[in-house]
Design a protein around this ligand. Structure first.
Ligand SMILES: CC(C)(COP(=O)(O)OP(=O)(O)OC[C@H]1O[C@@H](n2cnc3c(N)ncnc32)[C@H](O)[C@@H]1OP(=O)(O)O)[C@@H](O)C(=O)NCCC(=O)NCCS
Length: 175
């Protein structure tokens, strides 16, 4: 079945969003090899520029489900400073919102801005009924982002071997 491919994500006040290109490998590597960034993600550090290139080149989501995590480009400098977006999790049969930013940009409201835009995109463009977020209980900054965009806690479970909190929001939030 052909699905539309949303390689361009929603614009926000300070960010443009688009699929990662192989040319972004250095920025992707800098982000995903930083232990402070990766600490609560449950993912291994990206080990090399080569691995970053491979990860970008083989990222299937835009071709398979049509949407995915977008590179977040700061309008002011045109540099890639993180990612945000939606991901279909087949094992849970749910659409998950996720984000990750370079530490020098933390605390500026950028994750909240990007996450809110992803939710709007999911509900308005993709016509989703519900969006989920999975977060480790220790990740207080991320939990705060989820609260600020209107997501509510919906229990906890073991995921990838770790106690994980589930947050949800329904399309009714659009009013
Ligand atoms: C989580 C993350 C994306 C937040 O990005 P950000 O752009 O700093 O987020 P925002 O500025 O929009 O909001 C952060 C909020 O958390 C709060 N916060 C930050 N650190 C906190 C802490 N240790 N405890 C409690 N609240 C905290 C901030 O004060 C802010 O809330 P406020 O606006 O009410 O003051 C960023 O820390 C990050 O990239 N972390 C590493 C990757 C990651 O963990 N991703 C999420 C996986 S679920």
């Amino acid at each position: 079945m052909h699905v539309p491919s949303y390689r361009i994500g929603p614009d926000t006040e300070r960010l443009t969003q688009r699929a990662f290109e192989v040319e972004d490998a250095e920025a992707f590597f800098t982000l995903n090899s930083n232990p402070a960034v990766m600490r609560y993600t449950g993912e291994p550090l990206v080990r090399s520029l080569h691995a970053a290139r491979e990860a970008i080149a083989s990222y299937p989501d835009f071709d398979t489900v049509g949407y995915g995590r977008w590179a977040c480009v700061l309008k002011q400098t045109r540099s890639v400073i993180g990612f945000c977006g939606l991901k279909y999790l087949a094992d849970l049969d749910t659409v998950d919102v996720g984000y990750r930013f370079l530490p020098q940009y933390w605390g500026l409201g950028l994750a909240t801005e990007a996450c809110a835009a992803s939710l709007q995109f999911g509900f308005k463009t993709l016509q989703l009924e519900q969006i989920t977020a999975l977060v480790l209980p220790e990740n207080h900054a991320s939990i705060r982002v989820l609260e600020k965009v209107g997501m509510r806690p919906d229990g906890e479970f073991m995921y990838d071997g770790a106690r994980t909190l589930r947050f949800v929001v329904n399309s009714s939030i659009l009013g």
